[in-house]
Ligand binder design. Structure first.
Ligand code: ZN
Length: 72
C-alpha cells in the first residue's frame, strides 16, 4: 500500500514537472513589450533589441504580458 502511494506521488510530480516545462513562454525583457511567445524564434520577437527571457505563463501574465497574436 505504501509503495502504491509513493508511485502515485511520483506520477503526479512527473505530470506537474512536464506541465510546467511545457508552459514556458518567451518574452522580450523590455518594458515596452506586451506579449509572450510560444517560441523564441517568433516574428514578434524579431524587433526585440533587449534580452529574450524564458518564463512560465503565470510569470509572464503577472508582468502584464498577453499571448502573442502571431504564435497563439
Ligand atoms: Zn509570438
Amino acid at each position: 500500500m505504501e509503495k502504491l502511494k509513493k508511485m502515485g506521488i511520483a506520477l503526479i510530480l512527473g505530470l506537474i514537472m512536464s506541465f510546467s516545462s511545457n508552459s514556458n513562454v518567451y518574452v522580450c525583457d523590455s518594458s515596452t513589450s506586451v506579449a509572450y511567445h510560444a517560441s523564441d524564434s517568433c516574428k514578434g520577437l524579431n524587433k526585440c533589441s533587449h534580452k529574450i527571457i524564458s518564463l512560465s505563463v503565470a510569470d509572464a501574465t503577472s508582468r502584464g504580458k498577453r499571448a502573442c497574436k502571431i504564435c497563439y
